[in-house]
Design a protein around this ligand. Structure first.
Ligand code: F6P
Length: 534
C-alpha cells in the first residue's frame, strides 16, 4: 500500500493545491469534517479523492478498527512491556466494565477519582490545612507525562481557576526549583510528587530538595506532601501517608496519564466540575473514535493526513500552531505525546522500519510565531505542513476585537501558505504603486512566495474544559492510528533509557566517586574543561 501511495504521490506532487479547488467546487466541504462542535479542515492539502481512498485502504490493511477495539477492551497491546493501554478507562465516568486479566478495572478507577475529588474539595474549602492555615499554593513536582499534561491543562483553562495557584517543577536544574520555591510560603504550600515510577532522578531529587525547604519552617513537612504513583512501597518509604497517595496502574502510560491521579493538580486548581467536564469531552472523542465511519473519523483522518505528509511526501516535521495563547504549552505536550510514542526505529516484531518513523513535532502560538519562524514556513526551501488550531470566540467578550484580529491572522496564514505570490504578481503590485519595474525587479525576487504549502485547521467554538478534553483525546488517538499504520508500538519508550544510564555513571564521575576510563575523549575533555571552569 505504501508503494501505491508513493507512486500516486509521484503523479501529483507538482500540482497546485488551488487547482483542486478549481476542479471540485465543493472541496472545502468534502475535505473537512464536523464532529459536533469541532471542525477540521484539510482541504488546503494536496490530498484528493484518490489519495484519500489509498490512505483509507492503507488504514484498513493495517486493521485499524481491530487494533482500536483491542485497545479499548484492555488487550495487552503494549507488547514490549506486556501491558494493556487503558488511559481511556480513566475518562469512562459512566463506569461500564473494562477488564484487564478478567478483573473489571472501573470500580478502582471511580474510587480513585472520588478520593481525588474528596481531597481537593477539603483543600479548596479550607478543611485540609497547612501549618500556616489554608493552602494557597500547590507545587507539582514531576517531569515528562507527570508534568506536561497538567501544566498544559491548567494554563489552557485559566478562566476556570477558582482554587489555589499551581506551580510546576520539572527540571533537575536547581534554578527551576529555586525560582519556584523562593516565591512561596512553605506553611501554606502543598507539594505533590507526581511520578508513575517514583524513581525518576529529576523528580526524586526535586522532591528531596522541596522536603528540605519545607522542613526549615514546617514541623512535619510530610503532612503537606501528597503523591501520585503506581509504586506505593516507594511513596511509603518517602513517608507520605496513604490517605494522600493516589495510585494508578501500569496500563496508564506516563504521557497518557493526565486523565487520572496525575491530574491531581488540575482538580485542586480548577475544581471537580471542570475536571469531570474535561474527562467527559475526552470520553466523547473516545466514543466518536469507536463508532464513526472511517471517512468521518476525526482521529483516523488526522492520522492519514499525517502519514501522507510525513511518510509519503517526506516532509519530516510538523508545525503545531495554536492561535490561542492559553494553548502555549500544547506544542511541548504534543512533542512528548507524538515523539515519545512514534519515534521508534523498529516495528512491533523488532524489525527495522522501512520508512520514516513519526515526524518531528514543534510549534508556537500564533501570532507570536509569525514574527519568528514563519519566514521559513513561507519562503524556506523545506515544506513544513502546518496544523492551525483556533477558537471561534474567546473568553474575553470585551476584547472581541482582539479575537477578530487573531482569527484573521490564523486564516490569513493558511491562505498565504497555499496561494503564495509569484513574480508577476509581485511586479504588478509595484505597477499599482507607480514604482518603476526596472527598479523593483531585483527586490521583487525576494518578495516571491512559492505557495502550495499544505496546512490543516482545527476550529472550535471556545476553549472550554470539554473542548480541550476532546482535542487532547483526538491527538492521542491520532498518534495511536499513525503508530498502527507504521506498525510501531506507540506505548513504550525504551529510547530514553541509554541517556539515563549514562547520566548516572557520569554523575558519579563528576562527584569524584569513580574514574572516567571508558568515556569517549570528547566527553572526557568536556569534563576536564567544565572542572576548570567551576
Ligand atoms: O523519560 C521517560 C519517562 O518515562 C516518560 O515517559 C514519563 O512521562 C517520564 O519519564 C516521567 O516518568 P515518571 O512519571 O515515572 O516519573
Amino acid at each position: 500500500m505504501f508503494d501505491q501511495l508513493l507512486r500516486h504521490f509521484d503523479t501529483v506532487r507538482d500540482r497546485k493545491i488551488t487547482s483542486l479547488f478549481d476542479q471540485d467546487k465543493k472541496r472545502a466541504i468534502t475535505f473537512s469534517i464536523f464532529q459536533e462542535d469541532l471542525f477540521f479542515d484539510f482541504s488546503k492539502t494536496n490530498i484528493d479523492k484518490a489519495t484519500l481512498k489509498l490512505l483509507m485502504d492503507l488504514a484498513r490493511s493495517r486493521r485499524i478498527f481491530e487494533a482500536r477495539d483491542a485497545m479499548f477492551s484492555g488487550e495487552p497491546i503494549n507488547t514490549s512491556e506486556g501491558r494493556a493501554v487503558l488511559h481511556t478507562a480513566l475518562r469512562n465516568l459512566e463506569g461500564s466494565p473494562i477488564y484487564v486479566d478478567e478483573i473489571d478495572v472501573m470500580p478502582s478507577v471511580i474510587q480513585t477519582l472520588e478520593k481525588m475529588k474528596d481531597f481537593s474539595e477539603r483543600l479548596r474549602s479550607g478543611h485540609f490545612l497547612g501549618q500556616g492555615g489554608a493552602i494557597t499554593d500547590v507545587v507539582n513536582i514531576g517531569i515528562g507525562g507527570s508534568d506536561l499534561g497538567p501544566a498544559m491543562v491548567i494554563k489552557a483553562l485559566a478562566p476556570y481557576q477558582d482554587g489555589p495557584n499551581c506551580h510546576f517543577i520539572s527540571n533537575v536544574d536547581g534554578s527551576h526549583i529555586h525560582d519556584v520555591l523562593s516565591g512561596l510560603n512553605p506553611e501554606t504550600t502543598l507539594i505533590i510528587i507526581a511520578s508513575k515510577t517514583f524513581t525518576t532522578l529529576e523528580t526524586m531529587k526535586n522532591a528531596q530538595t522541596a522536603y528540605a525547604w519545607m522542613s526549615e519552617v514546617v514541623n512535619d513537612p510530610s503532612l503537606q506532601f501528597a503523591a501520585v504513583s503506581t509504586a506505593f512501597h516507594k511513596t511509603d518509604e518517602f513517608g507520605i501517608s496513604r490517605d494522600r497517595v493516589f495510585g494508578f496502574e501500569d496500563w496508564v502510560g506516563g504521557r497518557y496519564s493526565l486523565w487520572g491521579p496525575i491530574g491531581l493538580s488540575i482538580i485542586i486548581t480548577l475544581g471537580a466540575k471542570v475536571f469531570e467536564s474535561f474527562l467527559n469531552g475526552a470520553h466523547e472523542m473516545d466514543n466518536h473514535f469507536k463508532n464513526a465511519e472511517m471517512v468521518e473519523n476525526l482521529p483516523i483522518i488526522l492520522a492519514l493526513v499525517g502519514v501522507w505528509h510525513n511518510q509519503i511526501c517526506n516532509y519530516s516535521t510538523r508545525a503545531v500552531l495554536p492561535y490561542d495563547q492559553r494553548l502555549s504549552k500544547l506544542p511541548a505536550y504534543l512533542q512528548q505525546l507524538e515523539m515519545e510514542s512514534n519515534g521508534k526505529g523498529v516495528n512491533t516484531d523488532g524489525r527495522p522500519l522501512n520508512f520514516h518513523s513519526g515526524p518531528v513535532v514543534w510549534g508556537e502560538t500564533g501570532t507570536n510565531g509569525q514574527h519568528a519562524f514563519f519566514q521559513l514556513l513561507h519562503q524556506g526551501t523545506r515544506i513544513i505542513p502546518c496544523e492551525f488550531l483556533v477558537a471561534a470566540q474567546s473568553h474575553e467578550a470585551y476584547l472581541d476585537h482582539h479575537h477578530k484580529s487573531l482569527l484573521s491572522n490564523c486564516l490569513a496564514q493558511s491562505e498565504a501558505l497555499m496561494l503564495g505570490r509569484n513574480f508577476e504578481e509581485v511586479c504588478s503590485k509595484a505597477d499599482k504603486d507607480h514604482i518603476k519595474r526596472e527598479e523593483f525587479e531585483n527586490q521583487a525576487r525576494h518578495r516571491v512566495f512559492p505557495g502550495n504549502r499544505p496546512s490543516t485547521t482545527l476550529l472550535y467554538p471556545k476553549l472550554t474544559p470539554k473542548i480541550l478534553g476532546k482535542i487532547i483525546a483526538l491527538y492521542e488517538h491520532r498518534v495511536f492510528v499513525e503508530g498502527k499504520i507504521l506498525g510501531i508500538n506507540s506505548f513504550d519508550q525504551w529510547g530514553v533509557e541509554l541517556g539515563k544510564e549514562l547520566a548516572n555513571e557520569l554523575e558519579t564521575i563528576l562527584l569524584g566517586n569513580s574514574e572516567n576510563k571508558d568515556l569517549n575523549t570528547s566527553t572526557q575533555n568536556l569534563i576536564k574543561i567544565s572542572k576548570t571552569m567551576r
